[in-house]
Structures are given as C-alpha cells and as structure tokens.
Ligand binder design. Structure first.
Ligand code: HEM
Length: 403
C-alpha cells in the first residue's frame, strides 16, 4: 500500500503511522489498537494510505462530520479515489445535499415505505435460523451477510437470487486493500445497478419494491429524478446499507457469545435492549469515513491544506476515553436511564439515514436469536480475525449453542 511523502505543511511531531486497512494489529486486536490512539495527539498525520489526517477525539470527530465549511464530503474514501462517480446524497455538501436528503427522508425512508420492515425482518431472520445446522452456524456467512441483503433486495423489489453477485462487489468496495481493488468493486456494482435499473424502468409497474417505487415517484424541485440520479442513489444505498449492518452484527454477536452475563441480562430484561443496543453501537463502531479539507485553514493548532484527506472514524470516537470513561467496558447502564449518545451513525447533515433500518435489524436479530441459542458460545478453538477496510467486520464467527 502506498506510503506518501510527508507534505511540507505537516510538522514531524504530528506524523505517526496508522493504516486501518492493512495494519496487522487491526486484524488481530482492532479494539485494543484503536483504544491505544487515546495516547496520541488529538489530530495526527499518517503517511499510510496515500497520506491522511486522523482525528482521535469524539468531540472533534463530531465537528469533522458536521462542519462542511471546513471538511467537505465530496471526497469520502481513504485512500482518495480519483474520478469516482459522486454518490447521492453522501458526496454532496449543503445546500446541494439538502434537496436530495429530503427525498430520501420523506420518500425512500418514509414510515409508509418502511411499514413492512419489522415483520419482513422477523420472517427473514427466522428463515435463516431454521436453515442453520442444529446447534451451530458460521454466523458471518450463514446470517450476517444474508439478512441485510435480503431485506435490501426485497425493499428495492429485486430478485433475491442476486445476493451472491452483490456480495462480491461489496467485499471489494469495503475491504479492497488498494485503491485499485476498491475502484474495481465500484465499477462492477455500477454496471450491475445500471443494468438492473434500466430493466426496472422499462416496466416500473411490475416492480413492487417500496424503495424503487419511491425513487420513481420522487420529485426534486418539481421534476422527476434523472436516470443518473436514480443510479447514484441506488449505488449509495447498496454501498451504505449492506456491509455496514453485516459488520455491526458480527461484532455484537461475538460480544454476546462471549459475555454470558450481558446475554442473560438481555434475556431477563428485554426492556433494556434499546439502551443496550446504543451502548454496543458505541463500543463497536465500524466506519472509517473520509472527508477532505475544503480550503486552507488552521484548526486546533493544525494547518490543513485544501484537499488534505481527513479520517473521521466511528470506532475511534466510540473508544475516546475522554468522552466515554473506561471505553472498552460494555455498560448497558452507561447512559444512566437514557440512550448513550454516540457517533456510530455519524452526525450533522449526513447522519445515517438508514439508522432506523439498521437498528430494526439489529434489535430483531437479538430478540429472535438469543432465546433460540441457549448457552451460546464461540466454537472452541476458533480463530477470530477482523477483516479491516472502510468498515470493520469479522471474517468468520463459528458459533455453537445447546440445540
Ligand atoms: C449498523 C449499520 C450502519 C452504520 C454503522 C452506518 C453508518 C453510517 C455513517 C457513519 C454515516 C455518515 C457518513 C458520513 O458522514 O459521510 C452514514 C450515512 C449514510 N447511511 Fe448508514 N450506516 C448503517 C446502515 C445503513 C443502512 C441500512 C442504510 C440504507 C439502506 C444506510 C444508508 C446511509 C446513507 C444513504 C447515508 C448518507 C446520508 C447523507 O449523506 O445524508 N446506512 N451511515
């Protein structure tokens, strides 16, 4: 992976290595490694991945997400992707972002469009559980990959048989170990979405998917969306809504399999789940999100030059000891009767629009699976490795329980 020359405006004391895609430590012990950033400066420069700034404090990460006047979302990938097609709405700053965001919030993710989400998720969840061998599964491939993609494909009105093709591009986009691999994932996914949309638009009445119908009915300043806009939004949902939920599921399930006390607490007190879920989302943040300096400016004693890549990582925010004392500990009571406030879904104008969809899937996974998996445990001798990339997920998670 490319190691950049240190730009002239970066002082030597701010230069420290951090390669969240390739470092050995992030594969073996991601949380310990990320927690060790507590000992580093609030903002440092890593020459890895083409050279980029890493922000280590939750408060400042919140700022990077929110201050589009300083940190533009027009460049989201680290390493930077050259000539990438912009994703709607994520790659746009306000005010352009606002109109698109409204379409997603009011149409694609409206309560009407999501009305069957909960029952559908329960049905898919139980179908996957019933397909497990009695008392064992490889959770990543048997469940975590499948549930989010089945739900997404069915909401778009796409054929569930497309699942495997989609998974390969998602792997490249999120877990590509070079800019070339990531770009190859985007190219494959782009072509697929192009073909699929063309087919659907030839006869839109046939497609009963709630999100597809909302896309066709959407109006931007009174006009329908162009093909390019629909394509970009579909690509955004495809790349933002699948791997993220999968990744989150793998960490939460591993934690629950390894912590009988927390598991029992949830079984005995199901009303705690909404609070527990937020604490687990804090503790197991997964996304390394990029921005670029929008202009030359000084911020917290650091000189940024226009175009400098900046990483706002939700796992780093969640393990910031200044914001969350004893950050590695999972404490369902951390919010003291409220849901703990975290940056797992970002913040500011780009706050994750799929958060409700994600929370629903995670909640139903816990509600439906835990009671069916007594004495849940990680299979003895299993080697659990983290697959690093733009999001972090476990490569595999063999689970056992008393059938
Ligand atoms: C646990 C699962 C998820 C996590 C951790 C997550 C995380 C995030 C984060 C951190 C952002 C902010 C990005 C930024 O500031 O640039 C974001 C934005 C976004 N997410 Fe999610 N996400 C999840 C699930 C989903 C789902 C299920 C969907 C939809 C199917 C989705 C669609 C989006 C979209 C469209 C945006 C961009 C919003 C905008 O730019 O206004 N996400 N997500």
């Amino acid at each position: 992976m490319e190691t950049a020359d240190i730009p002239a405006h970066v002082p030597p004391e701010r230069v420290l290595r951090f390669d969240f895609r390739n470092d050995e430590a992030i594969r073996r012990d991601p949380w310990g490694y990320i927690a060790s950033l507590n000992d580093r400066p609030d903002i440092f420069f890593s020459p890895d991945l083409g050279g980029y700034w890493v922000v280590t404090r939750a408060e400042l990460i919140d700022d990077v997400f929110s201050r589009h006047d300083l940190f533009t979302a027009t460049s989201l990938a680290i390493p930077k992707l050259e000539n990438a097609t912009p994703l709607i709405p994520n790659n746009f700053d306000p005010p352009e972002h606002t109109g698109y965001r409204k379409i997603l919030a009011n149409k694609l993710f409206s309560p009407r469009a999501l009305s069957t989400l909960e029952p559908d998720t329960r049905t898919f969840c139980l179908q996957l559980f019933e397909a497990f061998e009695p008392g064992r599964c490889e959770f990543v491939h048997d469940f975590a990959y499948k549930l989010p993609i089945d739900i997404f494909l069915s909401m778009m009105g796409a054929d569930l048989a497309l699942r495997d093709r989609c998974l390969e591009w998602i792997r490249l986009i999120f877990r590509g170990r070079s800019a070339e691999e990531t770009a190859a994932g985007f190219i494959g996914a782009n072509e697929f979405v192009q073909e699929w949309l063309t087919e659907q638009l030839a006869d839109p009445e046939q497609n009963k998917g709630s999100m597809f119908q909302a896309l066709v009915a959407a109006r931007l300043e009174g006009r329908p969306l162009s093909f390019a806009e629909m394509h970009s939004i579909t690509m955004m949902l495809f790349s933002g809504g699948l791997d993220t939920v999968t990744s989150q599921m793998t960490h939460i399930m591993r934690f629950l399999a390894e912590s009988p006390e927390h598991r029992q607490h949830l079984l005995d007190h199901p009303d705690v789940l909404p609070y527990a879920l937020e604490e687990m989302l804090r503790r197991f943040g997964i996304s390394f999100i990029g921005r670029a300096a929008a202009k030359d400016f000084e911020y917290h004693g650091v000189a940024f030059k226009k175009g400098d890549p900046v990483c706002a990582a939700t796992p780093i925010a969640g393990l910031d000891a200044r914001a969350f004392p004893d950050p590695l500990r999972v404490d369902f009571g951390r919010g003291k009767g409220r849901r703990v406030k975290h940056l797992g879904f970002g913040s500011g104008p780009h706050l994750c629009i799929g958060a409700y969809l994600a929370r629903t899937q995670l909640t139903i996974m816990i509600e439906e699976l835990l009671p069916r998996m007594p004495n849940l445990r990680v299979a003895p001798g299993a080697v659990i490795e983290n697959a690093a990339g733009a999001t972090m997920m476990l490569k595999s998670l063999p689970l056992e329980w008393d059938a």
